[in-house]
Design a protein around this ligand. Structure first.
Ligand code: DMJ
Length: 693
């Protein structure tokens, strides 16, 4: 065998010096072939390698490009954010509103000013000295822990061999290295994986790899992973048992977080580690008011101590404006209202001011990402668009921050966004496109309409801002009513076989019978509107959609809904619901139990509670991880191996368990829906009192 001859360089002639003139295709093909044959083997291999690399690059970038253009590819995870004692009192005690709620809110210039936003009362104390006080909710004493359901099962449900990636289909990721500044040991290089905001991978050095014992425990998981707490189906437990079951679920989830992810953003319960997104203790903050409402004093106090001692927003990190607002700002504000503890308002103020650079754009439509340490903001790397839902679902929180601090700038910037969107062309009978450009301020990717990812909470916040402001801001109501008409006209259909009502999507006038689980917020929102005097047919639609969301659970083998379903419009005896392989995951999302809570509060029909109870049992059976935590799963159709994803989203504690608890509670005054609006992350904020006459 001879070694290949060595050359110090290679030459690759790409054009024929004689071929200036136009030649027909055949001639060109022949001369290409001849030239190809004239190349050395090495040259040919290099050309082929180059072509292969181009092909691979093209294939890899295809999904993100199509998603950007079409807006309708399979969805990503959406993802797709002081010192008073906890005062448990005996059951039956109602929430007590803090004395200062009657104060007039701060006057703020802007399009949606209602009469309650009148001039400042001169006699009012200096807001800098005395901000508006919270509504302090005094809660029932926690019931004694009474475990009645012990059926210990070990379905082979939580095996480690599934796809445990914590990213989901369609997520776009980018990697970059940033330097964390400002706070002693945070001054280290960190590897960031960013997607619609900054997702920071845990620094390897900050958490030791799992010990041999931990690895062994994780490996043993398949056999007895889910120490599921279930009841025999014939048992119909009363309120006390169900409330205690939710507390048990919370304690179990919290144990995993405390043991393996304390102070980090998210628990990875299978690998017994954690994931960072913004590095702000996301799960801990998202869970604060749930702990308070569930009466989990010990857990609350230890979390508060962490916030006091450890939480700092002075860090060089890009955060997603929307997610940070709804989860962190919303969580801090609601906890302030429930507890009256100044610590939470101080933290909220600090964070709110650090998010403000996001609004410095040519159009006043905020950028998606903001660096809370540097005070800089930018859109995602691949576009100058922001997502519609993201820029129109931060209003409840910013408006409340202005009211509490009596600093108008927070309310002004978010009101301006609503003013712009209100008058923008490109809507379709009140339905809005999914993207808006931060330079031009115009909608982009027009013609695609959905109530699911990227648009959902725009509709929710139209109604809720109107309620928050005391039903005075007419533009919000007008846009909401028009949107519901648009939904009924263009998006609502029924399946052929079982006449299930659902909300599909519109893609350039083509109807797509597809619904995200995210859309299951809609029955609750429609019911809330009807409860507040909006048309009765909103409630009729809510009832029908609630049934469909319920079916999205019960028709699956695990009793858990997939992320997305497709519906059968054919008049046949087939199935009503189909699930594509890529859509079979369940991320522990809250929307259905959220709507069940509203439906039960307004109708008192106990079937809604029973549906919620079934969902809790399914979570316990298929997503509960031995030793602590719950995990997202890959396949709701496979009860034998649902495929744990090794991730517990913060909204499982912030929303899902909170709504289940409120659903099972008999006390309508526990966060009365006439006194509070829940932000889109289930953090209750007070409805503003009318201005003094
Ligand atoms: C939460 O962060 C919020 O409810 C948001 O509005 C939608 N996505 C998740 C829960 O599914």
């Amino acid at each position: 065998m001879y070694p290949p001859s060595r050359k110090d360089f290679i030459s690759l002639t790409l054009s024929d010096p004689h071929s200036h003139a136009y030649t027909n295709g055949k001639h060109r093909r022949q001369s290409c072939l001849r030239k190809w044959k004239q190349l050395s083997r090495l040259q040919r291999s290099l050309v082929l390698l180059l072509l292969a690399l181009l092909l691979i690059f093209g294939l890899l970038s295809y999904p993100s490009i199509t998603e950007q253009w079409g807006g309708l590819s399979d969805r990503e995870d959406w993802p797709d954010l002081t010192n008073r004692e906890l005062k448990p009192v005996p059951p039956g005690v109602k929430p007590v509103l803090g004395p200062a709620v009657d104060k007039a809110p701060v006057p703020v210039a802007g399009p949606h000013l209602g009469p309650h936003l009148g001039p400042v009362d001169d006699e009012r104390p200096d807001p800098a000295v005395e901000p508006i006080e919270p509504n302090i909710l005094i809660l029932p004493k926690p019931l004694s822990k009474k475990k009645t359901f012990i059926g210990k099962r070990g379905p082979p449900s939580l095996q480690r061999d599934g796809n445990v990636s914590d990213t989901v289909a369609g997520e776009k990721q980018e990697q970059e290295v940033v330097r964390d500044e400002g706070e002693g040991d945070e001054d280290k290089e960190k590897k960031i994986v960013s997607w619609r905001g900054a997702r920071i991978e845990a620094e390897q050095a900050t958490e030791p790899p799992p010990s041999a014992a931990e690895k062994e425990a994780a490996a043993a998981a398949p056999a007895n992973a889910a120490d599921a707490v279930t009841v025999p189906p014939e048992v119909s437990p009363g309120e006390v048992d169900r409330l205690e079951a939710v507390r048990d679920a919370f304690r179990h989830a919290w144990k995993g977080y405390k043991d393996h992810a304390w102070g980090h953003d998210e628990l990875k319960p299978i690998s017994k580690s954690f994931g960072e997104w913004f590095g702000l203790g996301l799960t801990l903050i998202d869970s604060l008011d749930t702990m308070w409402i569930l009466g989990l004093k010990e857990e609350f106090e230890e979390s508060k101590a962490w916030i006091e001692k450890e939480l700092s927003f002075n860090k060089n990190v890009d955060v997603n404006l929307f997610e940070t607002t709804i989860r962190v700002l919303g969580g801090l504000l609601s906890t302030y209202h429930l507890t009256g503890d100044q610590l939470f308002l101080d933290k909220a103020k600090d964070l709110g001011s650090r998010l403000m650079p996001a609004f410095k754009t040519p159009s006043k439509i905020p950028f998606s990402d903001v660096n809370i340490g540097k005070g800089t903001a930018h859109p995602p790397r691949w576009t100058s668009d922001s997502t519609l839902a993201e820029v129109t679902s931060i209003q409840l929180e910013f408006r409340e921050l202005s009211r509490l601090t009596q600093e108008p700038q927070y309310q002004e910037v978010v009101n301006e966004v609503m003013r712009l969107v209100h008058q923008l062309p490109g809507k379709h009978d009140g339905l809005v496109p999914m993207f808006i450009n931060t330079n031009s301020g115009q909608f982009s990717h027009k013609g695609v309409f959905t109530l699911g990812a990227r648009a959902d909470s725009y509709y929710e916040y139209l109604l809720k801002q109107w309620l928050q402001g005391g039903k005075t801001e007419d533009d919000l109501l007008e846009d909401y009513l028009q949107a519901v008409e648009g939904v009924k006209k263009h998006l609502v259909r029924q399946t052929g076989p079982g006449r299930l009502t659902f909300v599909g999507e519109l893609n350039h006038n083509r109807f797509i019978p597809k619904m995200d689980h995210l859309v299951c917020f809609l029955p609750g929102t429609l019911a809330l509107g009807a409860h507040n005097g909006l048309p009765g047919d909103h409630m009729d639609l809510a009832v029908q959609l609630m049934e469909t969301c319920h079916q999205m659970y019960v028709q699956m083998e695990t009793g858990l809904s997939p992320e997305i379903v497709h519906f059968n419009l054919q008049a046949s005896d087939g199935n009503d619901v189909f699930v594509k392989p890529a859509d079979r995951h369940n991320l522990l999302r809250p929307e259905t139990v959220e709507s069940l809570f509203y439906m039960y509060r307004f109708t008192k029909d106990t079937k809604f509670r029973d549906w919620g109870w079934e969902i809790l049992q399914s979570f316990n059976k298929y997503t509960k991880v031995s030793g602590g935590g719950y995990t997202s799963i890959n396949n709701v159709r496979d009860p034998v191996n649902p495929g744990p994803r090794d991730k517990m989203e913060s909204f499982f504690l912030g929303e899902t368990l909170k709504y289940l608890y409120l659903l099972f509670s008999d006390d309508p005054e526990l966060l009365s829906l006439d006194k509070y609006v829940f932000n889109t992350e289930a953090h209750p904020l007070p409805i503003w009192p009318p201005p003094p006459k």
